[in-house]
Design a protein around this ligand. Structure first.
Ligand code: PRX
Length: 631
């Protein structure tokens, strides 16, 4: 697999990838071990959508993540795990050891009735068993659905039911900063909400604190793996067999299960990993994301392991026990590539410039960001205090649906530019379109970001509802994938992502649907109606602003705010708690009764001068009141 190392090479490679995508991806795919070669590289029709890569090819992704490396790098470290508490020892697994653990757990899954195609839900903190479990599923062709362990029992139950999971794998507790958060208890609660498909719960002992085990259903991880063999034949999968489901939020309705398949995802995550992070043999790479999100799937587990890398996963939070924790880990493991979210950078920047100066960061070569736009101030700080001006910053734009990084600088090949994700990776054909669906050909332009040609790791369907996939991503513009983002393009063809143009807000890099938050808020007894919008937030990127109409019985506003937090926690999780709540007597609506979110967004952002024409509203008077009551 080629790694691009110069501007000329990028230009040449990009051109080749667009002129003959099939040839280009076939070349990349040859790096891997296939049980049977594909008959055709690509079959596609965006209108259905129906996209197939490496058609007829047979493989197992874990054979490529693990077995393939055993001969050359069996004793090399594959995975390092840093615990929440720095006084506890870290763990590391060589490729050999990881292979063995994955096989043992894969055998345990089989012993517990799991077969190819079964869905397994993971609800776990960042412990090595999460990575091992996910790979064990892939080993035997079971489909993993990892749910971020910060979601509530209701949200977890919704996801378990949607995918009709047969098994849930969890931990007893989650050590996060100074907190010890119950995990198994949340699973117990979720399973009381009609998750009839779940037959078994496997519980990993993390902190050892007390949990209740249900006889016949719940089993300890250490017991089920105890007598298993360290060898498990990988199940042969079709390129287009499902690898995993990952739920993500959209503008409307409940979160949808984005489905990724084996062959294309394997090729693309590895290709993008090597190129974007300029990964070289023996480098140590660390991505601080949680495996509950796509970044953790593609760039903690699959991309790095497919590339024979040493990948770190960490349990803790950036500020525990202090704001030097990240830099301490970088020093301790001599990290070469470091990948995090702008929110974390802003939070650490706010703690003072001296924190990184206590640590030796000289091994760093590449710094990355993901999940939200990075503002110039944070970019400059990252560059100066962490990269010491010598590490390219790769601002990587992509999505759960894209499976891998789509637009990003490539170290030493594509220049970095603050706030710009810059150029598409080879094989990626982005374009800007007008709201009417016309592609904007002029280089310097602003528009809706679409992708006009398939790439190997793209979404195949939304689990159990293919029509929803078509409707959300492929119906807005003919023959294109619509990202939901707006972007600007410079005269040099460099892209700057502006942000979501739909009703999705990005809070600390977490994607939250406003409709979901509204539905949760509306569960409160005193709420008549609500409207939720995003507004600029200094640390989180965007904050959640809720406008609520109550039944007039709310007396204590502080208490009421706490109650709203509690309902949101109950239905979604703490990440979706509103930062600001404003009580209003009405919401600006069109004559057909639609809430004018555009106006609410502007007011929440403090931009009350450019509200546009409000005279056509059903209730223009309410706007003045909303402005006056802004919190
Ligand atoms: O709005 C974009 C933003 O995050 C959204 C995707 O969120 P999610 O599926 O949770 O995946 C996040 C991790 C890949 C996008 O639609 N986003 C992601 N990366 C960037 C970004 N916005 C600006 N710059 C980025 N680098």
């Amino acid at each position: 697999m080629n790694r691009i190392t110069s501007a000329a090479e990028y230009k040449k490679t990009y051109k080749a990838s667009v002129d003959n995508p099939e040839k280009f991806w076939a070349t990349q795919a040859k790096t891997f071990k296939w049980k049977k070669k594909w008959k055709k590289v690509l079959d596609w029709d965006f209108r259905k959508p129906d996209v197939k890569w490496f058609v007829g090819g047979k493989l197992n992704i874990t054979e490529n993540c693990l077995d393939r490396h055993l001969k050359k790098r069996g004793d090399q470290t594959a995975l390092i795990w840093e615990p929440n508490d720095p006084s506890r020892p870290y763990k590391s697994y060589t490729y050999k050891a990881l292979h063995k653990e994955v096989c043992k757990f894969a055998n345990a899954l089989k012993k517990n009735g799991i077969k190819k195609g079964d869905r397994i839900c993971f609800y776990m903190p960042m412990v090595p068993e999460l990575a091992i479990g996910v790979l064990a599923c892939a080993r035997i062709g079971a489909i993993h659905s990892v749910v971020f362990a910060g979601f509530s029992a209701t949200a977890l139950a919704d996801r378990i039911k949607d995918a009709t999971c047969k098994m849930v794998i969890c931990s007893d507790y989650n050590s996060r900063g100074a907190k010890n958060i119950p995990v198994k208890k949340v699973v117990d609660e979720a399973l009381k909400k009609g998750c009839k498909s779940v037959k078994t719960v496997i519980v990993h002992e993390n902190t050892g604190d007390k949990v209740t085990m249900k006889r016949g259903r719940d089993k300890w991880w250490h017991n089920v793996t105890k007598d298993q063999k360290g060898n498990c034949k990988p199940t042969v999968m079709d390129s287009e067999d499902e690898l995993f489901i990952l739920y993500t939020s959209g503008s409307t309705g409940k979160p949808k299960g984005v489905v990724h398949t084996c062959g294309g995802y394997m090729v693309y995550t590895s290709y993008s990993f090597k190129n974007v992070f300029a990964y070289e043999d023996n480098d140590v790479y660390w991505c601080t994301a949680d495996i509950g999100w796509i970044t953790g799937h593609s760039y903690i587990i699959y991309g790095p392991l497919l590339s024979g890398a040493t990948t770190i996963m960490s349990e803790g939070v950036p500020t525990y026990p202090d704001a030097g924790r990240f830099w301490h880990i970088c020093e301790k493991h001599k990290v070469n590539q470091f990948y995090t979210a702008p929110t974390a950078i802003r939070a650490l920047m706010a703690q003072g410039d001296h924190w990184p100066s206590h640590y030796d960061l000289s091994n760093l070569k590449v710094l990355g960001t993901v999940g939200e736009p990075i503002n110039e101030e944070a970019w400059q700080w990252y560059n100066k205090f962490i990269g010491k001006g010598k590490c390219p910053i790769v601002d990587t734009w992509w999505q759960t649906e894209t499976g891998g990084i789509m637009i990003s600088p490539i170290p030493n090949a594509l220049k970095t530019k603050p706030c710009y994700a810059t150029h598409p990776l080879p094989g990626i054909q982005p374009c800007l379109v007008t709201p009417e669906g016309k592609e904007i050909k002029k280089k310097k332009a602003e528009g809706l970001l679409c992708i006009k040609y398939p790439w190997p790791s793209m979404i195949r369907t939304t689990y159990g509802d293919h029509e929803r996939c078509r409707q959300v991503y492929f119906s807005a513009f003919d023959n294109m994938y619509f990202t939901g983002d707006g972007a600007r393009r410079d005269s040099d063809g460099s892209y700057r992502i502006i942000g979501r143009v739909d009703d999705v807000i990005n809070v600390s890099g977490h994607r939250i649907g406003t409709a979901e938050v509204e539905n949760a808020i509306n569960e409160h007894d005193n709420i008549i109606e609500s409207a939720v919008v995003g507004y600029p937030h200094a640390i989180k990127g965007q904050g959640i602003y809720a406008y609520v109409i109550t039944d007039g019985k709310v007396k204590d506003k502080a208490k009421f705010k706490k109650e709203l937090d509690a309902v949101v926690r109950k239905f979604i999780g703490p990440i979706a708690k509103p930062d600001k709540v404003q009580l209003v007597s009405g919401l600006p609506k069109t004559r057909s009764g639609k809430i004018m979110r555009r106006i609410l967004r502007k007011i929440a952002s403090g931009d009350t001068k450019n509200l546009g024409d409000i005279s056509t509203l059903l209730n223009p008077d309410v706007v003045k009141e909303v402005i006056k009551g802004k919190v």
